[in-house]
Write a protein that binds this ligand. Structure first.
Ligand SMILES: *[C@@H]1O[C@H](CO)[C@@H](O)[C@H](O)[C@H]1NC(C)=O
Ligand SMILES: *[C@@H]1O[C@H](CO)[C@@H](O)[C@H](O)[C@H]1NC(C)=O
Ligand SMILES: *[C@@H]1O[C@H](CO)[C@@H](O)[C@H](O)[C@H]1NC(C)=O
Ligand SMILES: *[C@@H]1O[C@H](CO)[C@@H](O)[C@H](O)[C@H]1NC(C)=O
Ligand SMILES: *[C@@H]1O[C@H](CO)[C@@H](O)[C@H](O)[C@H]1NC(C)=O
Ligand SMILES: *[C@@H]1O[C@H](CO)[C@@H](O)[C@H](O)[C@H]1NC(C)=O
Length: 527
């Protein structure tokens, strides 16, 4: 228990002077993490003083994470951990000097092997002993999965679980006592990882924040692969250019649907109520500008309809209207969606010559049947997690341009089954975030503590305004969130101040404008 004493002394010194903490630094540099984690080798062990900007020279270019600002004193541990003879993960634990006693694991995105340094930094700055990993591989492309089934298993679930085990062990040794409560924070693929963890390892986390979860993963990959076959390639006869999607098509969606919630603010609160009819854009007479051909109208109808098998059985829900401006950047860009293309090439078929323009129903069936590493992630109950008192918070941007938010509604409803809303509210809550793109960004009040992006630092760690804080309060004091208030900063720049705030409602309730100034959050009502 020497460690506990040393740390206690250093915390005393810390409160006397926030700048100097020589004992914490010494404790850090004397730590031997690789001795505690079987199959691990040390990559980095360093003391990082507050207000340092770390650089990551080894980080692969496609991860686009060359540096990270660190706001509090931390001990940074980076290890490689062997997961099988044929696979390994890179792992980091950021152990803050001012530890709250809490543990937190972060997730990944896309089909990436990119550690989200911004999320680890964010959590450690809030006092969590925070971990992250490369999820089994490096970079954003799928080639590292080629003939590497163990790497796919790491990616599906093992990397996160391994990181949780390692992180908890390291925190206990470092601070001289076990963590109090354990949390998860992730979005997109990271949302799926959180749900998978609740399903497979219900004891790993007390509270899981799983944003825009990529659940039903195999079908999500297929849904995304299909857009290229709908739109055709750039320059093909009926290809709709990006400028059309971003301007007059999006404008027509808003014209038909913006005011359903009562406010003409460019934000559709509940896109399930938007029955967008693209035939109003059909070219008439001799007009050929800012209008669509029959074939193009049908493209839009297909995009905004559920994706089904020939017999009508659902594969994946429709794209929600309102997401056009950013969906066109990738899904409707007239090029294969790289994550889906790579998944079919390197995981489903192990055939790099697979051609994305040939995608069809047989590919949907093949991906679903293979379900590599059991990655599907579509639990219709999470009984073990629920029984042990675990809490799950999910949120989804209502103009998500990469995973339709209708899929989270479907999953929530399937998870609910015949259970009452009250029983669900006890352990799982879903918030629909209007005007938010995929995990962040958009015209709405989207900043809600969902991670370490530049604007996230702008909202306080306060339960009404921050999803992670909301989760901590729910787990530790039994106070569950009724709504999450999002913040919109002027030009998404914290220093320019707050533009407006809006409370995002707990599903199934929806936000309705009651009149007055739409930027006033009190002029909205969840019902
Ligand atoms: C870090 O920077 C912030 C903002 O500039 C400042 O308030 C704080 O005192 C600094 N902390 C240390 C330990 O230097
Ligand atoms: C991890 O696996 C990769 C890919 O197989 C390999 O190149 C690398 O050397 C391994 N690293 C360690 C530390 O085992
Ligand atoms: C340490 O963390 C607590 C919350 O866990 C916070 O209230 C306090 O201000 C922090 N102290 C310093 C010096 O950062
Ligand atoms: C990922 O990159 C790190 C740092 O360059 C390297 O140590 C590790 O072996 C790589 N992992 C794999 C699986 O290739
Ligand atoms: C894929 O197939 C299409 C249609 O047959 C063809 O035009 C295209 O060149 C092929 N792409 C590649 C990369 O082979
Ligand atoms: C916000 O950004 C826009 C576009 O980049 C710019 O024209 C405008 O001046 C900015 N507003 C402020 C207050 O910085």
């Amino acid at each position: 228990m020497m460690f506990a004493k040393v740390v206690a002394v250093s915390l005393l010194l810390f409160s006397a002077s926030a700048l100097a903490s020589p004992d914490f630094e010494k404790t850090c540099l004397a730590f031997k993490p690789e001795k505690l984690i079987p199959g691990s080798t040390r990559n980095v062990l360093e003391y990082v003083a507050a207000n340092t900007t770390l650089t990551f020279p080894d980080n692969v270019v496609s991860c686009n994470r060359v540096k990270q600002a660190v706001s509090g004193n931390i001990c940074r541990v980076a290890l490689s951990i062997q997961t099988t003879r044929d696979s390994n993960i890179t792992f980091e634990a950021w152990l803050p000097e001012n530890w709250s006693g809490r543990f937190l694991a972060t997730g990944n995105g896309g089909i990436d092997g990119c550690l989200k340094y911004e999320d680890v930094a964010y959590a450690s700055s809030q006092g969590f002993a925070a971990v992250g990993s490369n999820n089994g591989k490096n970079g954003t492309d799928g080639l590292p999965f080629f003939h590497k089934p163990e790497t796919v298993i790491d990616f599906a679930w093992r990397s996160l679980h391994t990181s949780v085990d390692a992180g908890k062990t390291l925190a206990k040794a470092f601070y001289g006592k076990p963590h109090s409560k354990s949390y998860y924070l992730g979005c997109s693929l990271g949302g799926r990882q959180g749900v998978k963890s609740a399903e497979m390892f219900p004891d790993d986390f007390d509270g899981i924040v799983a944003g825009a979860p990529g659940v039903d993963f195999n079908n999500l990959v297929s849904w995304r692969a299909r857009f290229f076959t709908i739109t055709g390639a750039i320059g093909s006869p009926n290809f709709i250019p990006a400028t059309a999607w971003k301007t007059w098509i999006h404008d027509e969606v808003l014209r038909q649907c913006d005011t359903i919630d009562g406010a003409k603010d460019g934000i559709i609160e509940d896109p399930t109520r938007c029955k967008f009819d693209p035939s109003t854009l059909l070219c008439k007479g001799t007009t050929t500008a800012n209008c669509l051909s029959d074939q193009q109208v049908n493209q839009l109808k297909t995009i905004f309809s559920p994706f089904t098998y020939p017999n009508g059985k659902l594969i994946f829900p429709a794209m929600q209207p309102g997401s056009e401006v950013f969906a066109v950047e990738r899904l409707y860009a007239g090029a294969p969606f790289s994550y889906s293309e790579d998944w079919f090439k390197y995981v489903v078929y192990s055939d790099p010559s697979w051609n994305a323009s040939s995608f069809g129903i047989s590919d949907v069936r093949a991906a679903a049947a293979l379900n590599p590493g059991n990655i599907r992630t579509y639990p219709t109950n999470l009984r073990r997690f629920q029984k042990r008192g675990g809490k799950l918070l999910t949120y989804h941007g209502q103009q998500d341009n990469q995973i339709t938010s209708f899929n989270t509604i479907r999953w929530y409803n399937d998870l609910k089954g015949s259970k009452s809303t009250a029983e669900m509210d006890d352990w799982v809550r879903f918030f629909r975030v209007s005007g938010m793109n995929h995990c962040s960004g958009g015209p709405g009040a989207w900043v809600l503590g969902q991670g370490g992006n530049a604007a996230a630092a702008g909202v306080p760690f306060e339960r009404h305004r921050n999803v992670l804080s909301a989760m901590v309060e729910w787990v530790e004091r039994g106070v569950a969130p009724e709504y999450i208030e999002g913040t919109k900063f002027v030009n998404d720049t914290v220093t320019l101040g707050v533009d407006f705030a809006r409370r995002h409602c707990k599903y199934p309730s929806r936000n309705t404008f009651v009149g007055g100034d739409f930027k006033d959050k009190d002029n909205w009502k969840c019902e």
